[in-house]
Design a protein around this ligand. Structure first.
Ligand SMILES: [Cu+2]
Length: 122
């Protein structure tokens, strides 16, 4: 009985500690884009440069081609025209050029999202 009570105290302390440290997570809907296209708000210009037709189907290929050329994957929120940098490029890569719901914590100091989860937006 005593050990159960002790375990409860320990887990309560740990719970309190982690919620204190954790930032509030947010979910943002936007498009995973490369940083060079996000600056212009569209893939149109770069698709021309890559010799691709300008279509939604080309967006993924464009984003990946831009990343190969040195750009970074970002989240572009078209409704607010905000570009967020992403700390997890690997996770973002699977969703390049797609509309997503991204959950994570935003570091306002450098507009970077610490990615927790990315899911395809319907
Ligand atoms: Cu691009």
């Amino acid at each position: 009985m005593k050990s159960i009570a002790m375990g409860l105290v320990v887990s309560l302390v740990m719970l309190g500690g982690s919620s204190f440290a954790a930032q509030k997570q947010q979910t943002i809907t936007g498009e995973v884009m490369d940083s060079s296209c996000a600056k212009m708000g569209s893939h149109e210009m770069m698709e021309k440069e890559h010799g691709m037709s300008s279509s939604p189907a080309s967006d993924k290929a464009c984003a990946l081609a831009c990343v190969k050329a040195g750009a970074k994957l970002v989240l572009y929120d078209a409704s607010t025209k905000t570009v967020y940098e992403l700390d997890d490029q690997k996770k973002a890569e699977q969703f390049a050029g797609e509309k997503v719901k991204l959950t994570g914590t935003i570091d306002k100091a450098n507009n970077t999202i610490h990615v927790a989860k990315i899911a395809k937006a319907s």
